[in-house]
Design a protein around this ligand. Structure first.
Ligand SMILES: *Cc1c(COP(=O)(O)O)cnc(C)c1O
Length: 424
């Protein structure tokens, strides 16, 4: 029933449906545990023979409502919420890959994802091989018998480049391996990767899903279409001795990936989302469809203003006519290209810092994607540990400022940009 509704309706109404006399909106079930009357019933819960709540590290009614909401928005079969976007990225890979396996990833990914993959996963024996964004020949060369997934970010943070999602999903299908994308910057309102053939979608819900900068969180969405039984995924297919020899694909069919992420990873590693954060994130999602339109409109207007300003040397925003990603953004994001733009200020690092020190309505904050407008200077902040050469390699010029457009009045935002540029 729910799936046929329009996404605007799903934003407001999906996830939680009260029964007669129950609270209209999902209550915050701030309880670690749940009461039962029969020992056999609890044993069945432990054996995954029955679904139900018994301990909040595995599942909780408030978190469950958020999971159902995000699964409905993405059009997936099931979802698992995590403590952060980082936990979602980590689990999305280790749910199917063990030491000795590898994944192939486009190098244009969020900085935290890059270090998780390049350093931490490598230390655990999972090699992550990197290809330049949208270089599918190079990506294909890196695939071998031990490759368990292809990974990409749909709209990249901080450079706002666009993954060619259809080609990415089709390369994974050719090799019968799982495709995973990080859809954080678009949200399912602007783009739904599963409709283009992607298998697994992850989010840092900390960003636009929450949208108010209140709650760190993540979500993994299982598309439910991957044919595990006819592919080489021992963690999903083989008998798991810790669950009395159960095979996730044999027992759970199209939600095998999501069930394993919960039953094994949340159980053993425990980066679970709190009920309070799930509640606040759902409150954010109730207005996602209104906010994303305004974020996209404001970003486009600001990008057009900056493009024509004499103190700006370059503006990157996929919806701009001259942008290198314009064709891809038109194909994939007809409703808008979200709220983040990358701007180079003439005069290099010093000019960029002067600009940041001069903004007043727009605030300096290490955050993107909430209702308030923010600005950040990657070279001296998020990426300050990188050498000048490495900065250039990951596409960050010392003159680059990352702007995250909020939903304030656009004339006020542009006035602030104008006065800050005048001081440079
Ligand atoms: C912020 C971010 C993450 C990490 O999410 P946290 O919730 O901060 O752990 C991952 N991917 C992208 C694209 C992000 O912007």
């Amino acid at each position: 029933m729910e799936k046929k509704r329009k996404i605007e309706t799903l934003c407001v109404q999906s996830g939680y449906t009260p029964r007669n006399g129950e609270a209209r909106i999902s209550p915050i079930v701030q309880s670690t545990t749940f009461r039962y009357e029969s020992a056999d019933r609890v044993a069945d819960l432990f054996d995954l023979k029955e679904a139900g709540f018994f301990y909040t590290r595995l599942s909780n009614p408030t978190v469950d409502a958020l999971e159902k909401k995000v699964a409905a928005l993405e059009g997936g079969a099931a979802a698992v919420a995590t403590a952060s976007g980082q936990a979602a990225s980590f689990y999305s890979v280790i749910n199917i890959a063990s030491a000795g396996d590898n994944i192939v990833c486009f190098s244009a990914v969020y900085g935290g994802t890059f270090t998780l993959f390049h350093a931490t996963l490598r230390r655990l024996g999972i090699e992550v091989r990197f290809a330049p964004l949208n270089d599918f020949d190079e990506m294909e060369k890196l695939i071998d018998k031990k490759t368990k997934a292809l990974f990409g970010e749909v709209l990249t943070n901080p450079n706002v480049d666009v993954l060619d999602v259809e080609k990415f999903a089709s390369l994974a299908k050719t090799h019968n391996i799982v495709s995973i994308v990080d859809n954080t910057f678009l949200t399912p309102y602007l783009f739904r990767p599963l409709e283009w053939g992607v298998d697994i979608v992850i989010h840092s819900s900390t960003k636009y899903l929450d949208g108010h900068a209140t709650s760190v969180g993540g979500v993994i969405v299982d598309g439910g279409k991957f044919d595990w039984k006819n592919a080489d995924y021992p963690l999903i297919n083989d008998e798991d001795e810790n669950y009395h020899g159960l095979s996730f694909s044999a027992s759970f069919g199209n939600t095998a990936y999501a069930v394993r992420a919960r039953a094994v990873l949340l159980r053993d590693i425990g980066a679970v989302q709190s009920p309070m954060n799930a509640f606040l994130t759902m409150l954010g999602i109730d207005t996602l469809h209104l906010r994303m339109v305004r974020h996209s409109e404001n970003a486009l207007r600001a990008a057009k203003f900056l493009e024509n300003h004499p103190k700006v040397s370059r503006v990157k925003y996929p919806a701009l006519e001259g942008d290198p990603n314009h064709a891809l953004s038109k194909k994939y994001f007809p409703k808008g290209s979200s709220g983040v733009i990358s701007v180079d200020i003439k005069g290099g690092s010093e000019a960029a810092k002067k600009f940041i020190d001069s903004i007043s309505l727009i605030t300096l904050a290490v955050h993107v994607a909430d209702v308030r407008s923010h600005a950040l200077h990657p070279a001296s902040m998020t990426h300050r540990q990188l050498s000048e050469a490495k900065l250039m390699e990951v596409g960050i010029n010392p003159a680059t400022v990352r702007l995250s457009l909020g939903i304030e009045d656009i004339e006020d935002i542009i006035d602030d940009l104008r006065q800050a540029l005048e001081r440079v």
